[in-house]
Design a protein around this ligand. Structure first.
Ligand SMILES: [Zn+2]
Length: 348
């Protein structure tokens, strides 16, 4: 989250249409649902209706759509026709999942699209479309449970907004309340970007960065394994992890106490339990981890289980690195892994 005084600075830059702030921030306008670059020619919103973001992706994840006038996703003075067409195609159907053959229909070469997007915005087109899709779904979560509770009472059939966006990611809504078990999903803002927490009344089932690749698949897997419906809301474990995460990022917490529910295979559970034994501030290699588990040859399986960890930060899969000292992979992105390792090295 951006500090209050910086928000004031950004707001001044917005009022002055200061071009020096191009690429430094984007502004989401709550009354219209669009996000703009600082120099947008449109009438400027009131401060209280502004939400500031440092990247376009964050604005998308917060469910804002790009402004038609200032086109925040185009490089200033250089609007690529291809990029413009793709952004428009996403806006026609923001909850769609893009595949290579969809590009063919638009007569666009998938690799050209990927390259141009990456160059201009630091994310691929698929990443862009995903951020927009997730943003729409997450809007329901951010609004909290009031809206959804009301929809539950009214019956889901009538609520198309919920079905269109949220349910594509969180799964089909329960047809009758109490028919299946219900998990609640909540949005948590952190220093490293927004996270989603899913829990029932007793334990946490998932904690992930909202832009994590594969999150939709992971949520689907959770839903099927637990035979649950997922709706926005807050439960005691979500309260607990929110507080603990805050303390962790402030450097005041080394070990998480929020109860976790393991909905995985016994082997995965075994790997995750071992991960939890890696002390705060230290790292291990995948090979060391495999040896500790007594399966030194099952190196790949251990790495996979590590990658399938549904409890980002809590189960410290970020503490596992390559034998040669390279960071290795991370579902939430290498920059976050690096940040977490450095943060923990500073100690508490
Ligand atoms: Zn604009």
């Amino acid at each position: 989250m951006i500090k209050a005084e910086i928000q004031q600075e950004y707001y001044q830059a917005l009022i002055n249409k200061n071009p020096a702030y191009e690429g430094i921030f984007y502004v989401g306008v709550k009354t219209t649902g669009v996000f703009c670059r600082p120099t947008c020619p449109a009438r400027k919103p009131k401060f209280e209706n502004c939400e500031f973001f440092e990247t376009a992706q964050q604005a998308l994840l917060a469910s804002f759509r790009p402004c038609q006038r200032c086109r925040p996703l185009s490089h200033p003075n250089h609007v690529s026709e291809l990029v413009r067409r793709l952004v428009e195609a996403v806006e026609e159907n923001p909850s769609r999942r893009w595949k290579d053959k969809d590009f063919q229909e638009l007569s666009v070469d998938a690799s050209t699209a990927r390259r141009q997007f990456k160059k201009r915005f630091g994310m691929t087109f698929v990443g862009y479309a995903r951020a927009r899709r997730m943003g729409l779904a997450m809007k329901q979560i951010r609004k909290g449970d009031a809206v959804i509770e009301a929809q539950l009472e009214a019956g889901y059939e009538s609520s198309s907004g919920f079905r269109d966006a949220f349910s594509r990611i969180m799964g089909a809504a329960p047809t009758l309340l109490g028919e299946k078990s219900i998990l609640k999903a909540s949005w948590i803002d952190t220093k490293l970007g927004p996270m989603i927490a899913i829990a029932d009344e007793a334990a946490l089932y998932l904690l992930e960065f909202v832009d994590r690749r594969g999150l939709e698949r992971e949520v689907e897997c959770l839903r099927q394994k637990t035979k649950s419906a997922i709706i926005p809301g807050i439960t005691p474990p979500i309260h607990s992890i929110e507080k603990e995460l805050h303390a962790y990022f402030e450097g005041q917490l080394k070990e998480f106490k929020t109860s976790l529910f393991f909905w995985s295979s016994p082997f995965q559970k075994r790997v995750w339990e071992e991960l939890q034994k890696i002390p705060f501030g230290e790292t291990r290699s995948y090979a060391q981890l495999a040896t500790t588990i007594g399966k030194p040859s099952a190196f790949r399986a251990v790495a996979n289980a590590n990658g399938a960890n549904p409890f980002a930060i809590i189960i410290p899969c970020h503490r596992v690195i390559n034998t040669n000292g390279d960071l290795g992979g991370y579902g939430g992105g290498i920059a976050r892994k690096k940040w977490l390792i450095n943060h923990e090295k500073k100690g508490v």
